[in-house]
Structures are given as structure tokens and as C-alpha cells.
Write a protein that binds this ligand. Structure first.
Ligand code: CTP
Ligand code: CA
Length: 225
């Protein structure tokens, strides 16, 4: 789009984007993960770079090409993503956390492939760190934007997360709506703010949603200057 690519309104901004799932190994050949294509985060990183931001993309395992002009850091586990994000947090002014971080990981990763001896197998899980909640505790001048995929009580759950994680905005997606689910090229999102303001967006492709999110980021950044 000629008009969008000509708009350099993020010049001078330094944005960290996370994208994709994390994978949490069970043994050398297996892992648990979340459903996430990474398309939304890659669209945000691509659009931000086109609009002039310096962009670092912390990416879980996805089957997507790196967007042009974006520094990509590849990670696998939630703990690796946590370290990559924390290492760079003080150097950015905005974080857009679109990754589908696994909430739990196997408590023990087997050194050898688990053989199918027993008729049932129990894998004990333990909680991963909440990266965004930690950023919410550390944030000074940064704008923090989170994502949430919900199947019920969209706005209620979103407001709780905005407060709990000290966010400036949450992009809430009802994944039960047609055209909003996983692996689709479209989203139906609500932008939820700590003031209680809610912007309900119509169904749109992920690049358009990325640009709506970045329009709000421009306004949120101005509010911090
Ligand atoms: N998130 C994170 N670290 C985690 C889990 C989530 O940084 N360990 C981030 C996600 O990237 C997203 C936001 O927090 O931007 C909300 O994620 P979500 O899964 O909706 O919230 P949770 O706090 O994990 O709550 P629940 O899954 O129980 O709804
Ligand atoms: Ca979660």
C-alpha cells in the first residue's frame, strides 16, 4: 500500500515485538505448545518497520519469512523468550507482546526419548514466568501492549489482564467468532484501555489490524512525552 509505506510516523521509535508460540520440550523429540502461526506479530513488526520504527522481533518457532528491515531473534522456550525480552527491555520505548507463550512447561525434560511402556503416561507441568506481567512491574517510560485470545467473557477477562499486567492497551480477540480463529488471515479485535475505553474493530486482515494498533501506539507514546 503506497500511502501506508510512505507514512514514517514511527521514525525515532524503538519497538520490541514478540510473535509465535513457544515450545516446551518433553523429551528430545516432543514438546507441548500453543496454537499460533505468528502471522499477527510478524504483521505488526513489518508494519512498524515500514512506518520508520527500529524493530526487534523476538520470535518463537514459525514458518514465516523475517520481515525486511527487522532484527529477528529466534527462541524456542518461554524461558528463552523471557531472557531475550529482558535483555532488550531498557533499550526500547514500546513492547507489543503478541506471542502465545506457553503457560506451563514439563517439570522435567527427559534426556532420552520416552518409550511407550505403560498404558497411561503422566507429565507433570510447572508454570512458566509471565513475561508481560514482569515488564508491567519494571516499566518506566515504555508503552506496553498485550494480546489476549479468549473464548468467553472477552471484555471482562481483558480488563482484568490490563490491570494485572499494568498494560497501556490490550488487543482482545474472540477466537470463537468466524474469521477470528487460529490460522486465519483475519481478526475481529477489541482494543481495551486502562481507562475503560474500548474500541471495537470490524473483521479485517492482520496487516490492517497491525496498522490500527500502531496508530494507537503513536497516541500512547505522545501521552508519555
Ligand atoms: N504472556 C506472557 N507470558 C506468559 C503468558 C502470557 O508474556 N507466560 C502475555 C501474552 O504474550 C499476551 C498476554 O500476556 O500478550 C496475555 O496472555 P494470555 O494467555 O491471554 O493471559 P494469561 O495471563 O496467560 O492468562 P490465561 O491464559 O489464564 O487467560
Ligand atoms: Ca496464557
Amino acid at each position: 500500500n503506497f500511502i501506508l509505506s510512505d507514512n514514517r510516523d514511527l521514525n525515532g521509535l524503538s519497538v520490541m515485538v514478540t510473535a509465535g508460540p513457544t515450545t516446551e520440550p518433553i523429551d528430545p523429540v516432543r514438546y507441548i505448545t500453543n496454537r499460533s502461526s505468528g502471522k499477527m506479530g510478524y504483521a505488526v513488526a513489518d508494519a512498524a518497520a515500514r512506518r520508520g520504527a527500529r524493530v526487534v522481533l523476538i520470535s518463537g518457532p514459525v514458518a514465516l519469512n523475517p520481515p525486511p528491515g527487522v532484527e529477528v531473534i529466534n527462541v524456542e522456550t518461554a524461558n528463552e523468550m523471557y531472557s531475550a525480552v529482558m535483555d532488550r527491555f531498557s533499550m526500547v520505548d514500546s513492547v507489543i507482546m503478541s506471542a502465545a507463550v506457553a503457560d506451563y512447561k514439563p517439570k522435567i525434560t527427559a534426556n532420552q526419548k520416552i518409550k511407550k511402556h505403560e498404558s497411561t503416561l503422566t507429565i507433570e507441568l510447572e508454570k512458566n514466568p509471565d513475561i508481560l506481567a514482569q515488564l508491567g512491574k519494571m516499566k518506566e517510560r515504555q508503552v506496553l501492549i498485550g494480546f489476549a485470545a479468549e473464548t468467553e467473557e472477552l471484555v471482562n477477562n481483558a480488563m482484568i489482564k490490563v490491570e494485572r499486567k499494568n498494560l497501556d492497551m490490550l488487543v482482545a480477540n474472540d477466537v470463537t467468532l468466524p474469521g477470528a480463529g487460529f490460522g486465519t488471515d483475519t481478526n475481529i479485535a477489541k482494543l481495551v484501555f486502562p481507562s475503560g475505553r474500548i474500541v471495537s474493530l470490524p473483521k479485517m486482515d492482520k496487516l490492517s489490524l497491525a496498522n490500527h494498533i500502531l496508530d494507537e501506539l503513536v497516541i500512547l507514546r505522545k501521552g508519555k512525552e
